[in-house]
Design a protein around this ligand. Structure first.
Ligand SMILES: Cc1ncc(COP(=O)(O)O)c(C=O)c1O
Ligand SMILES: N[C@@H](CCOP(=O)(O)O)C(=O)O
Length: 465
């Protein structure tokens, strides 16, 4: 499998190099040159596989030629052995044809574990084979950071630097990152918001001159293709449990950087019969406004009760637009340039494709809290605020109630006690057993101004020889 850049000016790479490169040198994102497409019969043949075997079938074509099958199997089995639920991604019924896919059964309690625990192991495997040392630089609004640290903390070939917005992640999220000690693990609390962290990471990939000789940056954000690849699996898994491929299924996806829903879009392109894909946003609703009226207009970032989705510029939207523009890299490069500085509409042919693929809905804090409390009253199920946004959007956008609607429950409610208690839940929800001592552990992190040079000099001073 070869991978090409969405901006058309970077060399095509194999999986191993794509995983280690992150952002393409032309500023684009890597996508497979062509996507595998499966017939209904082929899809049906996987319908009763356990999660790990299904993950192998879906991931294998993307890594073929780089990771031998036996090694891939071992990596996948080891990755998901850390999850707390035997189903890995259990489905929970909320109402008639209404389902939640619990994606928070991994070690750090968010859907990021599905991809980042695998990415950590893949990196360890490849770096050991190459005898290469790298530097990870990642931006987090709270969940990617802890999953990436957990996934890579044992890798002796990696120094990891995670930027989170200072005082803008929940205390549980911060402690999940800052209590993990190791001389290769560094947390930076940036005096800014998530988009500043993400922009800094992208700028650093474009100019890596601050790194010691011989080192390169590796991405743990969803700009790294390996992240997306691993997230395709659970769409298939959930759809099978509800009768696919002979039955269609819809998904509602709490959306920030557009990685998770992009994985759902790919599952559909690969042949999975998905009826609706609902883009569920919080008040940072640029994607909802764009999908509704073809106007891409940046507003100031708002801090909400769903902080992990406090994102204005969604990285992976570019990957989806690349397809809607018939893979015209030059057009995407021009569009991305303009989207940075002005309000943009896209040609009707491309916009019709976007409209044909997605529904969208934006949920404010009041409706988020209301949904948490209604679902708790009706079903005694405690949603986290991000998952609540998914449920509310699903209920608003669901077109055919005979088609099952699955909301991706992207985080455990214990990560976000503020929202949960605003919804009337009496106490902070308990953390799972393995995290019971989280509030007793020492923390270590560096508060740094929103200044690229300051971040680079902190990194340069802390990268191990
Ligand atoms: C809990 C949670 N839900 C939803 C999202 C949105 O996912 P994505 O960025 O892939 O759209 C994120 C992170 O962005 C998250 O941490
Ligand atoms: N919500 C994310 C933001 C980063 O998104 P990513 O999927 O591109 O890593 C987080 O929790 O950090």
């Amino acid at each position: 499998m070869k991978y090409i850049s969405t901006r058309g000016q970077a060399p095509a790479l194999n999986f191993e190099d794509v995983m280690l490169t992150g952002l393409a040198p032309d500023g684009g994102l890597y996508v497979p040159e062509s996507l595998p497409h499966y017939s209904e019969a082929q899809i049906a043949a996987w319908s009763s596989l356990p999660y790990t075997d299904l993950a192998f079938e879906i991931v294998q074509p993307f890594v073929a030629g780089c990771i031998p099958d036996a090694d891939l199997k071992a990596i996948i089995d080891d990755t998901y052995s850390e999850f707390r639920h035997p189903a890995i991604a259990p489905l929970v019924q909320l109402g008639h044809n209404e389902w939640l896919l619990e994606l928070f059964q991994g070690p750090t309690l968010a859907f990021k574990d599905f991809a980042l625990q695998m990415l950590g192991r893949l990196l360890d495997y490849v770096l050991e084979k190459r005898q290469q040392k790298v530097v990870i630089m990642g931006a987090t609004s709270g969940d990617t950071g802890s999953a990436a640290i957990h996934g890579t903390k044992r890798c002796s070939n990696i120094d990891i630097f995670i930027l989170h917005p200072y005082q803008r992640v929940s205390e549980v999220q911060r402690r999940q990152m800052t209590t993990v000690m190791g001389d290769n693990i560094h947390n930076i609390a940036l005096k800014g918001h998530f988009d500043h962290c993400q922009a800094m990471v992208k700028a650093s990939f474009a100019d890596q001159g601050f790194l010691p000789e011989g080192r390169q940056l590796v991405a743990v954000n969803s700009i790294n293709w390996a992240r997306i690849m691993a997230q395709i699996v659970y769409y298939f898994y959930a759809a099978y449990a509800l009768g696919a491929p002979s039955r269609r299924v819809s998904f509602s996806v709490p959306t920030g950087n557009f990685g998770d829903i992009y994985a759902g879009y790919l599952a559909k392109q690969m042949g999975l019969p998905i009826e609706q894909l609902v883009v569920a946003t919080n008040q940072n609703d640029i994607l909802h406004r764009f999908i509704s009226n073809n106007q891409f207009e940046k507003h100031e970032l708002q801090h909400t009760l769903s902080p992990s989705m406090d994102i204005v510029v969604s990285s992976n939207f570019e990957r989806m637009l690349f397809d809607c523009f018939d893979r015209d890299g030059a057009a995407i490069a021009d569009l991305m340039e303009r989207m940075n500085t002005e309000t943009v509409s896209i040609p009707a042919t491309a916009f019709d494709k976007v409209r044909g693929l997605f529904n969208s809905y934006s949920v404010d804090d009041a409706a988020t809290v209301d949904t948490i409390s209604r679902v708790y009253e009706d079903s005694e199920y405690l949603l986290d605020p991000h998952s609540a946004i998914g449920v509310k959007a699903a209920r608003e956008c669901w077109q055919d109630r005979s088609v099952p609607m699955v909301t991706l429950a992207t985080a455990h409610p214990a990560k976000f006690p503020e929202a949960v208690m605003k919804a009337g839940y009496p106490d902070a929800p308990p953390l799972p057993h393995h995290m019971a001592d989280l509030f007793d552990l020492d923390e270590r992190y560096e508060v740094i101004d929103n200044d690229l040079a300051a971040v680079h000099s902190f990194m340069a001073a802390n990268i191990r020889a």
